[in-house]
Design a protein around this ligand. Structure first.
Ligand SMILES: Nc1nc2c(ncn2[C@@H]2O[C@H](COP(=O)(O)OP(=O)(O)O)[C@@H](O)[C@H]2O)c(=O)[nH]1
Ligand SMILES: [Mg+2]
Length: 358
């Protein structure tokens, strides 16, 4: 799954992409140049498990980002500009909150709420065009011949249209699994989960928690399938240049517990509906990525199809319990290791040992 980093030019997209994915890009600066990179999902529990098991290999979960380039104002609905956004599963909209006379703002002034709403509007208008075209077709078909599947699609698209006309992106709607299936083919843009990334000025680094209120962005918060994450892009870039000890010192000086990038990556992971479970042993400690609500037998399949096919049971312990117990046998003695069957819904932070035949 990929998350597209979008936004106006000069808002800090490439800066963020670079440090998120630790990619060393040659800045050619050309619009339309797409970069794809992998970010590791920071996970202290993996580090703690590794300290316990001293495995040969440690594998973290990852999130893929695509730097899709600048959305040019007033040209956004140009399908060539929006086309790359259809290829991604979620959007991270970088909003410029920092003010810096040295960096021109394409819209002439800093107004993150305007920028957020303007892109959301473009996404909705693009979807609306598609919906209306399709509805027209369907209505013609229905006049000739009524069939339940077409009527069903018509009702669904009419609901989508009403949502957009009420200025609600499709992501804010709850669809059934069956409805989602019908919608998949349209690749609607406003259906993509949305992360609003507030790129703040350096002087706000110690007041990240109140950024939303201070900049009047409450409207962006608390909406379905979206999240707001404040970061200070330039300070994050500085942190990325430092070794761990120096970075920790700088963070402490700013009164921060962790880099903003960590929160950004975790928010993306969460928005994509992903969770991690762990496997821990001698050769490898590893985080595995599954969708929230995945049963144990399917989670086994994330590791290997043979384990899924020959699944007998899952032995499950909460990661915190295992870490506190210090070893699997001790956790078992304490009654913290559960035996679970195929249908058990794997929880975030479970450590699992799959028993299988063959
Ligand atoms: N003052 C300030 N400048 C920034 C910040 N983030 C990026 N910039 C500058 O803004 C310009 C555009 O950044 P870039 O990441 O290339 O933006 P993009 O066009 O959205 O990819 C560059 O000169 C950056 O150094 C920030 O947080 N504060
Ligand atoms: Mg760029």
């Amino acid at each position: 799954m990929q998350t597209g980093i979008v936004g106006l030019p000069q808002v800090g997209k490439t800066t963020l992409f670079r440090i998120l994915t630790r990619a060393h890009l040659e800045e050619k600066g050309g619009r339309g140049a797409m970069h794809i990179g992998v970010a590791r999902v920071p996970e202290p529990r993996i580090d703690q498990l590794a300290a316990l098991y001293k495995p040969r290999k440690v594998t973290y979960a990852t999130v893929d980002y695509v730097d899709v380039g600048g959305i040019v104002r007033d040209r956004a609905r140009d399908s060539a500009v929006l086309a790359p956004l259809r290829e991604v599963d979620a959007l991270a909209h970088v909003l410029r909150v920092f003010d810096d006379p040295a960096v021109p703002h394409p819209a002439g002034s800093v107004d993150p709420l305007r920028d957020a709403q303007s892109l959301d509007l473009e996404l909705m208008l693009s979807d609306l065009e598609q919906i209306e075209r399709r509805l027209e077709r369907i209505e013609k078909d229905l006049k000739k011949k009524k069939d339940p599947a077409t009527e069903h699609e018509h009702a669904l698209l009419a609901r989508c249209r009403a949502s957009i006309e009420g200025e609600h992106p499709l992501r804010e709607f709850e669809f059934t699994a069956e409805e989602r299936k019908i919608l998949t083919g349209f690749m609607f843009l406003s259906l993509r989960p949305m992360l609003y990334v507030l790129n703040l000025g350096d002087d706000e680094v110690d007041k990240l928690e109140t950024a939303v209120e201070r900049h009047g962005l409450q409207k962006l918060r608390g909406r379905p399938q979206s999240a707001v994450v404040p970061v200070c892009g330039r300070i994050e870039a500085e942190l990325a240049e430092l070794d761990d000890a120096a970075a920790a010192e700088l963070l402490a000086a700013y009164g921060l517990k962790e880099p903003g990038l960590h929160r950004l990556i975790r928010a993306t992971y969460d928005l994509l509906g992903l969770i991690s479970f762990f496997t821990a042993g001698d050769p490898e400690v590893r985080a595995w990525t599954i969708r929230r609500g995945t049963p144990a037998v399917k989670a086994a399949g994330a590791i290997h199809t043979d384990i899924e096919r020959n699944f007998i049971r899952a032995e499950v312990v909460r990661c915190e319990d295992l870490l506190a117990a210090g070893s699997w046998p001790v956790a078992r003695e304490k009654g913290q290791v559960r035996l679970e069957g195929k249908d058990y819904l794997v929880q975030e932070g479970d450590v699992i040992l799959f028993r299988h035949s063959g």
